[in-house]
Ligand binder design. Structure first.
Ligand code: NAP
Length: 286
């Protein structure tokens, strides 16, 4: 039994908490892995109201369920509610994984940075973080996690380019001298020196305004990554492709951040023989 096909007395429960959560691809990924691995477990969505996250989390204390992934808008609140915090979650100032220990403690982690680097490894294997400076566009929670992961992976310098400079400066203040904050109109100077560009703004989302990024300033071979995956081919990725730059998409990051989450919930790494990207593309209608 598996992935919710049959519930037994020993079924391990995990899930994802977000608002909205109905669009989340995580249940499809985790339940496919559970099924393939033959694990007695199930992964379900939870959508508390805007003020209900804390109540929900306290309800899970003591291990009513094993753990949850946390998505927008609760990642910062998740970190605050934890009793123990991993280095990755502390550096990102946000948690995308909460584990509920039997003794009542809540442990927070963040696997988004891992997912980002793994997505580069899969889709741009020629690139490595230690090759030179990287530009991260955006200064929200996702950007901060990306900057921390890139520095940990050996990036010598990370330009943080943001519409609101103060938020980029706050990341530099938190993560140290390798971080260089810049306002968006100065992006070209950063892009010229970069081996990779990560769009960590929500600007690629259909509902947000467009992002005017001078990608033609990037050198040949500069890898362009967009965290947004709806649409999968964002305006930033389309522009990069037109310039002949290698690209990494947000869907690969989403899939890769899920792998260590699955291991934390269910005690083993997901089986490699499930084509979860194909499942995710189908769920996105692609
Ligand atoms: P957030 O905290 O709301 O930050 C949003 C960022 O986007 C801010 O830096 C904001 O600039 C900037 N921004 C928004 N619209 C803009 C525009 N029109 N022009 C320029 N900048 C704009 O969001 P977040 O949590 O960091 O998430 C960012 C994106 O990453 C979201 O789309 C999220 O879905 C995605 N994400 C994807 C994955 C994945 O696995 N693929 C994981 C995590 C996050 P200001 O500071 O000036 O407002």
């Amino acid at each position: 039994m598996t992935g919710g096909d049959r519930i037994t007395g020993k079924t391990v429960v995990a899930g994802v908490v977000g608002r909205p959560v109905a669009h989340s691809l995580s249940p499809a990924l985790h339940n496919a892995w559970l099924k393939a691995a033959g694990i007695d477990g199930v992964y379900v969505p939870f959508a508390p109201d805007a003020h209900g996250f804390e109540r929900l989390v306290h309800g899970f204390r003591g291990g009513a369920i094993r753990g949850v992934n946390v998505t927008l808008p609760f990642k910062e609140e998740a970190l605050r509610l934890a009793d123990r915090v991993s280095d990755a979650a502390r550096d990102a100032a946000a948690a995308n994984v909460l584990l509920f220990e039997p003794d009542g403690r809540i442990v927070a982690d963040n696997t988004d940075g891992f997912g980002l680097l793994k997505a580069f490894e899969v889709q741009a294997p020629q690139w490595s973080a230690d090759r030179g400076p990287v530009t991260v566009v955006g200064a929200g929670g996702a950007a901060r996690g990306a900057v921390a992961a890139l520095i940990r992976a050996g990036a010598p310098k990370v330009f943080v380019v943001n519409r609101t400079l103060a938020r980029a400066e706050a990341i530099a203040h938190a993560l140290g001298a390798k971080v260089r904050p810049l306002p968006l109109p100065h992006a070209a100077g950063a892009l010229r020196d970069s081996t990779a560009v990560v769009n960590a703004t929500s600007a690629g989302l259909a509902a947000e305004g467009a992002l005017d990024l001078p990608l033609d300033a990037t050198p040949d071979g500069c890898v362009v990554m967009d965290m947004v995956y709806k649409p999968l081919e964002t305006p930033v990725l389309a522009q990069a492709r037109a310039l002949g730059r290698p690209v990494v998409d947000g869907l690969e990051m989403l899939i890769r951040q899920a792998e260590p989450s699955f291991e934390a919930f269910f005690g083993r790494y997901p089986p490699a023989d499930v084509d979860v990207r194909a499942l995710a593309l189908e769920a996105l209608g692609l």
